[in-house]
Write a protein that binds this ligand. Sequence first.
Ligand code: A2P
Length: 294
Amino acid sequence: ATKSVKLNTGAEMPTVGLGTWKSAPGQVEHAVEFALKSGYTHVDTAAAYQNEKEVGQGIAASGVARGSIFLTTKLDNPDQKEPEAALESSLSNLGTEYLDLWLMHWPAPMTKGTPALADKTHDWLDTWKSMEKLYKAHPEKLRAIGVSNFSVEFLKRLLAVAEVVPAVNQIELHPSCPQADVVAYCAKKGIVITAYSPLGSDNSPLLTNEVVTKLATKHNVQPANILVSLHANTPNTTVLPKSVTNARILSNMKIVDLNEEEITELYEIDKTHHFRACHPDWTGWGSLGFPDCN
Ligand code: A2P
């Protein structure tokens, strides 16, 4: 397992980062502070998680220098028409001058307000063009740009017009959601994959899956370590275990080497136990090219 992977910008992205989706204000400050003090060097958040301010507070409280942290946030769907204002808001919330990585959260522009509806007056390809412009105009604010939740079909549409190849595609990835087509396509295009919900998110059946627990016993680690290690052992892949629990935050950093046979065995779980933890209903946009989405 490698400690970091190289992005197409030349920058190094630490392999394991702290995920903060569903990490609530009131808990996430401490989780981020504890993780950084414990040796994490990579934190992932998003405007949509509504915890950027608290993530920023955790970073500040850790005392760890900003330059030693790889920090990612994401452009929220209702902000696709006004990406510059959204960027400034994220920087201000996080209390930082720059992002190591800024991702388009979903290829799905939505209206503001509740319920959010598909904003058919806007094309997400134009959002990417705006993100490229901001990246070129403000290298001091954006070290890399990328995407999230992009299927192969959407990546193809993007690459047909992109001047900047996304550095990263962040997708749900675990043995019950292998997304082999997306992974293979990104490898071919030099786009790093970041695995979110690597444990299968809350109440995951993967933590008690018999293949996972068998390998955990064999390697003398917890089931979660096997699931994180799966991605840490895959080239050009980074992984974001989420936790707000000290002992788990610490434990999730422990990576074991898995061999080809073990990796194959883990991905076979999908044949009988497929699930996707995150499939929001972006009403009006359909499945975004993911056959099992919505
Ligand atoms: P908590 O945050 O309360 O500690 P994912 O990374 O796939 O999104 O999974 C996150 C979920 O897994 C959360 O419910 C988190 O709980 C839980 N979790 C995180 N680390 C571990 C671990 N080492 N063992 C068991 N559950 C864990």
